[in-house]
Design a protein around this ligand. Structure first.
Ligand code: GDP
Length: 310
């Protein structure tokens, strides 16, 4: 098995503690793989870990294809099967924006952040701004959730906490115009990365998705057609419910990456596998606590191993 760095190991083993215990108890209670009824029981355990019936059947078939004879061989087959369905797309934020190191001259990077209210969007933006600042970037937060006066205030409080510049839309203003003005303000103030907080009322309200699509079009215009990142923040505590939300958002806006907030308090981390496999969109970041440093670049191999190998 590939060695993991101690730092990475501690993050993933910490965040998925509750998920792992659900899986560990279930998997340990299984009969050996050659016993009759093994695969039905395996799938039931996976469904119980919020992996979902479709993905549980797919993983069950992947294990069966390897014809394991011992519990250990079955566990290895499970890890390999889960890793095989994860997104193969790069998990860095759009180039040129590596999170881990300082980069030289570059244009303006824009990251639009989506997510329903309560998912953890404001917190994630604050943490990401802090992280970017630490690696030498000059982030600016644009508070464009003009439907929520309290949201603008919270966003500004996080900007102050992270010690980064921010640009506020007026309550009730057109979000797309706030984004346009915010991007231009970032240029004139010498910022090199813009984090945009967008509105997040329930996505089943069609207007919200239309509004967000418009925000995306305006960002493209403000960037002269240049690319931007759109990160969808999902509440990991909701498990597979997040998959339904992500499907809706993904139809309206081009989601380039996912952020799993609250992975530390979720017992439903197994849903990550189904979400990635169905959407084909990689999880790029994970929220692993409420503190400003509790944001980690997502590592699928370490995450999957910590899920199944306890
Ligand atoms: P928003 O409405 O999507 O902007 O959500 P907020 O950022 O305000 O977060 C909602 C709640 O979730 C707050 O109480 C946050 O402290 C909490 N939260 C956000 N991210 C995390 C996380 O990674 N771990 C934990 N444990 N709590 C989080």
């Amino acid at each position: 098995m590939r060695a993991r760095s101690p730092a990475a190991a501690s993050v993933w083993d910490r965040v998925s503690g509750r998920t792992r215990s659900v899986l560990a108890v279930g998997l340990r209670s299984l009969k050996p793989p050659l016993a009759p009824g093994y695969y039905e029981e395996l799938e039931a355990v996976l469904v119980g870990a919020d992996i979902g019936p479709v993905m549980a059947a797919r993983l069950g078939a992947a294990v069966k294809a390897r014809a394991p004879r011992t519990r250990e061989e079955a566990a290895d087959a499970l890890v390999a099967g889960a890793l095989a369905v994860m997104s193969k797309k790069p998990r860095d934020l759009i180039p040129p924006l590596p999170l881990g190191e300082r980069v030289g001259e570059m244009g303006l990077n824009v990251i639009l952040m989506y997510g329903i209210n309560g998912a953890g969007k404001t917190t994630t933006i604050g943490k990401l701004a802090h992280r970017l600042k630490k690696v030498g970037r000059k982030p600016m937060i644009v508070a464009a959730d003009t439907f929520r006066a309290a949201g603008i205030e919270q966003m500004s409080a996080w900007a102050r906490r992270a010690g980064v510049d921010h640009f506020e839309g007026k309550s009730g203003a057109d979000p797309a115009s706030v984004v346009f003005d915010g991007i231009n303000a970032a240029r004139s103030r010498g910022s090199d990365v813009v984090l945009v907080d967008t509105a997040g009322r329930l996505q089943t309200q069609r207007n919200l998705l239309e509004e967000l699509a418009k925000v995306g079009r305006v960002a493209t215009k403000a960037l002269d057609g240049g690319p931007y990142e759109s990160l969808l923040v999902l509440d990991a505590v909701l498990g597979l419910t997040s998959l339904m939300q992500a499907r809706e958002f993904n139809k309206a806006v081009p989601v380039t990456g996912l952020v799993l907030a609250k992975l530390d308090s979720s017992a439903k981390g197994g849903a990550v596998i189904a979400i990635e496999a169905e959407l084909g969109v990689p999880v790029k970041l994970a929220g692993v606590g409420e503190g400003i440093d509790d944001l980690a670049p997502f590592e699928p191999a370490a995450f999957i191993r910590s899920l199944f190998e306890s």
